[in-house]
Each structure stands twice: as structure tokens, then as C-alpha cells.
Design a protein around this ligand. Structure first.
Ligand code: NAG
Ligand code: NAG
Ligand code: NAG
Ligand code: NAG
Ligand code: NAG
Ligand code: NAG
Ligand code: NAG
Ligand code: NAG
Ligand code: NAG
Ligand code: NAG
Length: 511
């Protein structure tokens, strides 16, 4: 079986001197000033602990079960640190006894081998942009109270949605991402992007609240297939492919500090300390793209990699590089690995060439170590058509249309009509489900009992108001049928069914 390699680098913030000496899972006491270390249980050789004086991770056969940092365990009851792999159903990797791969003055490179991937953790001595979206993860309780309406998307009783895909972004433009709060932060800082799958427009999920356990999950999706057509079981990975290294950075939760660390990491990519001949063998590629009409391919999206079945989105067997041409069509790729023969592909990113619908498909590119491969002027054949009319820039993006580029979390809030239920009173408990033309769009949430109905009130109890969004597809031109279906009406202890709502008003509005 082919073995791939994956490098994690772990650093924690230096000023966190007070943490350390946390009790390891296996009774190991770690000294505050300890050098990077790996400890393997002499009896259960699938149990280990690694870290330095600032943090340590007790590791089992599959998971890093704890992460001691700043005097506390950051994992708690959650699953822990893991790497997973899907070629069919998703499986978490199982490791054999870890080993020290490389030891230097200031770091230790530890290798956990599995039958598919070797996972490395590089622990440095004495070290304890812009972010995707800064906001709270949804509360687990709100997910539990909600109804799953589609792929990890939940409709809350008040009509708002929660979806884990809110925490997605285009991976090649992410500087860093993480989870923070309560004076700790955990960040993924991935300066080189060449080992990630696909092109400029590859999006991935980066964090989320796990809906079955409530865990906050910090992800680094390397070859993810969210937001694309390729089946994850068709993952094309060539033997020896290496992912990383990226940095997993722990700090006191400061965004400014994470941003400063990010700037530092980007400066040092490709990492000089990586002792790997293929990783260090890199050159550059430059050229100028000109349309066959004589105009420069201004601002074009330029891709260097191996498209799979004609699509750059599925390119990920080895390494891929992305950039944009300048106004004159000039482009340059730096730090390109030399072991691959690349194809250069370019397409319009809108603007001055937003009417060009052909793709420049196919300059073959070889790269040599320490040299610049100068491709010179490349002619891009266009469709040679005269435009009659066009709506929207041709740039592979929905930008320019009404909701194009709206935040992920606003999209589902688009609504068509709004059902308002004003209740003059409500006594527990009945269930009511609402449908529009036979399609469910909501149900009465559990409401506190005002005791009015079974105490003979006929004018009012305590007023409540509820609203429900009815999305565009549910209402059609002409007749529509709205049903309120009483789904449960248990007898109360006195054997009566005198309960439910006293309606004040039922209103359907255009939103
Ligand atoms: C670890 O190794 C021990 C002894 O070899 C074995 O009994 C145990 O099941 C292993 N643990 C896991 C999680 O596989
Ligand atoms: C972890 O699980 C235990 C047992 O189910 C529970 O008592 C404890 O409160 C949980 N801790 C956290 C932090 O959720
Ligand atoms: C790891 O082991 C578990 C059971 O111990 C198994 O279900 C899973 O498929 C294994 N994962 C891999 C990647 O082989
Ligand atoms: C719906 O309820 C959730 C959870 O209580 C809350 O966060 C959200 O702001 C509410 N939305 C609206 C539109 O009231
Ligand atoms: C994805 O692969 C699985 C397993 O090979 C197959 O059953 C399924 O039909 C494939 N789906 C698509 C959309 O190709
Ligand atoms: C590519 O197009 C987007 C808008 O679709 C624009 O924001 C971005 O600046 C363009 N990139 C370059 C390098 O021109
Ligand atoms: C590419 O096409 C071949 C032949 O049609 C097919 O077997 C293969 O699964 C495709 N690969 C991907 C990644 O779609
Ligand atoms: C590029 O060329 C390849 C064959 O070399 C073909 O399979 C693919 O469809 C072409 N892509 C485009 C976008 O024209
Ligand atoms: C009523 O709606 C709730 C939540 O939307 C759902 O769980 C339940 O199955 C529905 N009941 C019926 C009888 O349709
Ligand atoms: C109302 O609920 C009953 C089951 O309680 C179901 O048979 C019926 O189809 C529902 N009617 C509508 C319009 O949803």
C-alpha cells in the first residue's frame, strides 16, 4: 500500500511559562522547562506522550486524547487530535508505535506510522491576517432543539438556521483559522498551499460544531471534496505525496498574536528546517499570457498542476500552484517543487477579459531546482466571437448577482413569506405541524404553560408571538394550501384535552 506523508508542526506561545507540569494521561509528570520529548509506554507501546515544557499530548493508537496546555486539558470529552482518510467510508488512522524521525537542537520530529499515511509531529523547544469569520460557534443545545432539514443544516424553532458550512472558505486565501475563547486559542497556520487539492476556487469547511457530540472541531482539510463533484472514493493520490508542514499554534486566544505568528510563518515558507530533498528542490516559473486578439490576458486566473479529466478542481494527486496575471498578462510562480511535470491552465477572472469564455489549456512546464523557467509569451486562443449581450462577468463566480458573495450564513435566511402566529394564550401541551402545499416548514415549539385554556379563560392568557419563514420554493402562483396539523394531544392528569392555543391572529406576509 502506498504511504503518504503528512507534517504537523506544533508550537505554543513562549510567554505561557506557568502551564507545563501537567499530569500526563499515563502518569508522566512533565517538567516546565522540558526539551521536546517523546515518551512511549514500555508495556502498551501504542500509548505515548509528546510535547515540551509548555504543552503535551498523550496519544493512543488513534487519537491524541488530551492536550495539556496552560494548566488545562483542551480536549476534555471530545474525540481529540486525529487524522482521517476516506476512500469509501471515512476512517480514522491507526498508528503503530511512534518513533523519532529526526532530532535537532531546537526540535524533535516524531513519526506516527499507519498503513496509509505517516503522520509527523514536529515539536519545537520553548515555544509554547485575516481570519475566515470571527464569531461564536452555535450552541450544541440550539442544534439539539432544531430540526435537521438538509446536510448538517438545522432549522431552529424560531425559524433561523444553523449550518456547519457557515465555517467554510476558499482555502488558498485563508491566512489562518482557529478556535478561541476562555484565554486559549488553537490555530492552523498553513503558509504553503501547494499540497492542497484543486484550484483558486477550492472551498473547504474549516471548523464546526459536531452535531452529534457537540465537540468544537478545528479542521485542516487537505484533500477534501466538499463543494465539488468528485466522489471522495475517487481520490487520486500518488504514492509519496507529502502534505505540510503546517503549524498548529496554541496561544492565549489573542487574534493579534495569531496574526503576527502567521506573518512570521509565511516569511519562512518553504521551511528551511525541513530535511527532505524533494521538498527543498524548488524553482520558479514565469511568463506572459496574451490573447490571440493581441490583448493581454489581464488578471487571468493561472494554474500550474495536473488537471484530472480536464478539471483543475480534481487536481490533487501531487502539488498545484495558483496565481493571477497582472494587468499586462504577466504571472510568476515561486517555490514550485521540481518532481512533477505540470500543465499551465488559465481562465478569465472577469474584469477586462470577463467576456473570454475559452480556457488556455495545456502549456507543459518543467521546473528545475534554483532556476526560473521562463515561458515567455504564451498565446491564448479565444473563441473569436463578437459579443451581442452578456449578463455577469465570465469568471466562475456568482459575484455580481443578487446574493453572490453574501456571507455563507445569510444564504439560508433568504425567505419568501413570513407566517406570524400571535397567541392570546397557550396551555401545555399539544404539537402542531405546519405545511405549505404539503411540505413541512415548521412546528410549534415547546412553550411554557400559561394555564389559561383549562382554567376556562376565553379572552386571553399570556400573549406570545411566533414567526416562521416560508422559503421561495414552497409557495406557487395561484392556490396554496397552508395546514396546521395537530400531531399530539395527550390527555392531562384530569383526563381532559382542554389545552392548546387561543389564537390572536394568524398572518401571512411577504417577507
Ligand atoms: C494497545 O496495546 C495493548 C497491548 O499490546 C492492547 O491490549 C491494546 O488493545 C492496544 N490498545 C489499542 C487501543 O489498540
Ligand atoms: C465529561 O463526561 C463526564 C461523564 O459523562 C461528565 O461527567 C463531565 O461533565 C464531562 N465533562 C465535560 C467538560 O463536558
Ligand atoms: C482503525 O482501527 C479501527 C478498529 O480498531 C477500524 O475500524 C478502522 O477501520 C481502522 N482504520 C484504518 C484507517 O485502517
Ligand atoms: C433564534 O434562536 C437562536 C437560539 O436561541 C438565536 O441565536 C437566534 O438569534 C434566534 N433568531 C432569531 C431570528 O430570533
Ligand atoms: C461514488 O463512489 C461510490 C463507491 O465507489 C459509488 O457507490 C457511488 O455511486 C459514487 N457516486 C458518484 C456520484 O459517482
Ligand atoms: C479576481 O476576481 C475577483 C472578483 O471576482 C477580484 O476580487 C479579485 O481581485 C480578482 N483577482 C485579481 C488578482 O485580479
Ligand atoms: C476520470 O475518468 C476516468 C475514465 O472515465 C474514470 O475512471 C475516473 O474515475 C475519473 N477520475 C475522476 C477523479 O473523476
Ligand atoms: C483540456 O485538454 C484536455 C486534454 O488534454 C481535455 O481533456 C480537457 O477537457 C480540456 N479542458 C478544457 C477546459 O478545455
Ligand atoms: C411534526 O414536526 C416535527 C418537527 O418538525 C417532526 O419531528 C414530527 O415528526 C412531525 N410530526 C408529524 C406527525 O408529522
Ligand atoms: C397530519 O398528520 C397526520 C398524522 O398525524 C397525517 O396522516 C397527515 O397526513 C397530516 N396532514 C398533513 C396535511 O400534514
Amino acid at each position: 500500500m502506498a504511504v503518504w506523508r503528512l507534517w504537523n508542526v506544533l508550537l505554543t506561545l513562549g510567554c505561557f511559562w506557568q502551564l507545563a507540569s501537567a499530569q500526563g494521561l499515563f502518569g508522566q509528570l512533565v517538567e516546565k522547562n522540558a526539551d521536546p520529548f517523546l515518551w512511549i509506554d514500555p508495556v502498551y507501546r501504542n500509548q505515548s506522550v509528546f510535547g515540551n515544557g509548555l504543552f503535551n499530548i498523550p496519544f493512543g493508537q488513534q487519537y491524541g486524547k488530551k492536550l495539556y496546555f496552560s494548566g488545562q486539558d483542551l480536549v476534555g470529552n471530545a474525540t481529540g487530535v486525529y487524522s482521517s482518510f476516506a476512500a469509501g467510508p471515512e476512517v480514522d488512522l491507526n498508528y503503530s508505535t511512534p518513533s523519532i524521525y529526526r532530532q535537532c537542537n531546537d526540535f524533535l520530529d516524531i513519526c506516527y506510522s499507519s498503513s496509509q499515511v505517516d503522520v509527523h509531529f514536529v515539536v519545537f523547544r520553548g515555544l509554547a491576517g485575516f481570519y475566515i469569520r470571527n464569531g461564536p460557534l452555535p450552541f450544541f443545545g440550539d442544534i439539539l432543539r432544531s430540526k435537521k432539514v438538509q446536510d448538517e443544516t438545522f432549522l431552529q424553532p424560531n425559524g433561523s438556521y444553523i449550518t456547519k458550512y457557515d465555517w467554510s472558505d476558499f482555502i488558498r486565501t485563508i491566512d489562518y483559522h482557529g478556535v478561541y475563547g476562555d484565554n486559549v486559542g488553537a490555530w492552523v497556520i498553513a503558509p504553503g498551499k501547494d499540497y492542497f487539492i484543486a484550484d483558486h476556487l477550492k472551498q473547504e469547511l474549516n471548523l464546526h460544531r459536531e452535531s452529534s457530540t457537540g465537540d468544537a472541531v478545528l479542521l485542516n482539510m487537505l484533500h477534501g471534496t466538499h463543494f465539488m463533484t468528485m466522489n471522495s472514493s475517487d481520490n487520486l493520490l500518488l504514492p509519496g505525496k507529502m502534505w505540510g508542514p503546517w503549524l498548529v499554534y496554541l496561544n492565549d486566544g489573542s487574534l493579534d498574536d495569531a496574526a503576527a505568528r502567521t506573518r512570521q510563518e509565511y516569511k519562512f515558507w518553504p521551511y528551511p528546517w525541513m530535511d527532505d530533498v524533494k521538498y527543498q528542490s524548488r524553482g520558479s516559473v514565469s511568463g506572459r499570457l496574451v490573447l490571440d486578439t493581441g490583448e493581454p490576458a489581464s488578471g487571468a486566473a493561472v494554474f500550474l498542476g495536473q488537471p484530472v479529466n480536464g478539471t483543475t478542481m480534481a487536481s490533487g494527486g501531487l502539488y498545484q500552484y495558483t496565481t493571477y496575471a497582472d494587468n499586462f498578462g504577466n504571472f510568476k510562480f515561486d517555490a514550485v517543487r521540481t518532481e512533477e511535470i505540470y500543465q499551465l491552465v488559465a481562465w478569465s477572472n472577469g474584469s477586462k477579459i470577463g467576456h473570454i469564455t475559452s480556457v488556455h489549456n495545456g502549456t507543459v512546464v518543467r521546473v528545475t531546482k534554483g532556476h526560473e523557467t521562463k515561458l515567455g509569451q504564451i498565446t491564448w486562443r479565444t473563441q473569436q466571437r463578437r459579443n451581442i449581450f452578456q449578463i455577469g462577468d465570465y469568471d466562475r463566480k456568482a459575484l455580481g448577482f443578487k446574493y453572490g458573495g453574501a456571507p455563507y450564513y445569510l444564504f439560508l435566511l433568504e425567505r419568501w413569506a413570513l407566517l406570524t402566529l400571535s397567541l392570546a394564550g397557550y396551555s401545555q401541551a399539544i404539537g402542531i405541524n405546519f405545511t405549505m402545499n404539503g411540505q413541512a416548514f415548521g412546528s410549534l415549539p415547546s412553550l411554557p404553560n400559561d394555564q389559561s385554556v383549562y382554567r376556562s379563560a376565553t379572552v386571553a392568557g399570556e400573549w406570545r408571538q411566533l414567526t416562521f419563514d416560508i422559503t421561495a420554493g414552497l409557495i406557487t402562483r395561484g392556490w396554496n394550501t397552508l395546514t396546521f396539523n395537530v400531531t399530539s394531544l395527550q390527555h392531562n392528569t384530569l383526563g381532559t384535552t382542554a389545552k392548546g392555543a387561543m389564537w390572536d391572529a394568524i398572518i401571512l406576509d411577504w417577507a
